[in-house]
Design a protein around this ligand. Sequence first.
Ligand SMILES: Cc1cc2nc3c(=O)[nH]c(=O)nc-3n(C[C@H](O)[C@H](O)[C@H](O)COP(=O)(O)O)c2cc1C
Length: 328
Amino acid sequence: MNLYLAPMEGVTGYLFRNAFHEFFGTGADKYYTPFLTPCPKRAINDKEIAEVLPEHNKSYNLVPQVMTISAEDFNSFKEKLRDFGYEEININLGCPSRTVTSKGKGAGALGDLQRLERFLDGVYKDGDRNISIKTRIGIDYTEEFDRLLDIYNQYPVKELTIHPRLLKELYKGSPHREDFIDALKKAKMPVCYNGDINTPEDYLSLMKLIGENSPCKISGVMMGRGVLQDPALIRKISGMVRDGLSAPEASRQYGAKKEEIIGLLNRLQEVYTEKFSGDIPVLYKMKEIWGHLGQGIYRDNDKLLKKIMKSRSLQEYEGYMRKIVEAE
Ligand SMILES: Cc1cc2nc3c(=O)[nH]c(=O)nc-3n(C[C@H](O)[C@H](O)[C@H](O)COP(=O)(O)O)c2cc1C
């Protein structure tokens, strides 16, 4: 069972990944870049180069994620990524943002199956076995996934990560886990699950559902917001999968320590301070991180969370940050 950190645009860039890996990387098999978008008019741009530069991604396995619906653009971008040494490349067929879907990209690609097939024909035409896909299960109806899976099954997809929500659902409601189980039975490639695994117990209930209903196994679990809510989530689940611990034991043994949380937050603040000019954008980024922590391991600290969110300087923020972490 592989455990992955999900790509999250605006959050899990290389500065975040490095800081996260330093303090909480145990058990994470792969990291994905937020989506990179090839464009016919320009070569890979500076921001994207910074994202994939091997010097910026030294101590972990990184999979660059690409979002396009043009096989030609994908293939030339792929060559650039291969020059940087990347083998696996992931295709984004799940992004629900309107700016993306209106151009037929991300989850928008799931609405025109002929175009999708043409794209995948071009992507896999040389039998490349190192291209993985991350997908939603359709646009409006869960029944759409049958046909989508028939299409994916035609290609040597390295791994299919399924986020079992529809485009129209964005991130709301519960993932359609029964549809995921159906897909798992029919898929010809390794299948990774993604969606709402926020605690070790969530992982166990997914495993129970799979175990009860299917002889098939999943190749991995990808986690996003849950890791932001509890940076030790992957480590805890790894403790269950690899050391055979129960969920409470894994939480006790592998839960986030105060020094680790402070270490992660200080490192993020330090690298964002180097990157941005002025304190305000750094404060904004730190509050964004706290938006997630505040829904997770610090959710019972309403008063201090509010103070963090209202802080007007980094100094003020740091005072409340230490109070909340040290109070736990
Ligand atoms: C802020 C944010 C940015 C995201 N950016 C990407 C992205 O760049 N590529 C992608 O495939 N998915 C992206 N996603 C989706 C996540 O990778 C993941 O599929 C989703 O959050 C569900 O998993 P989770 O419940 O474990 O968070 C993003 C999600 C969020 C909340």
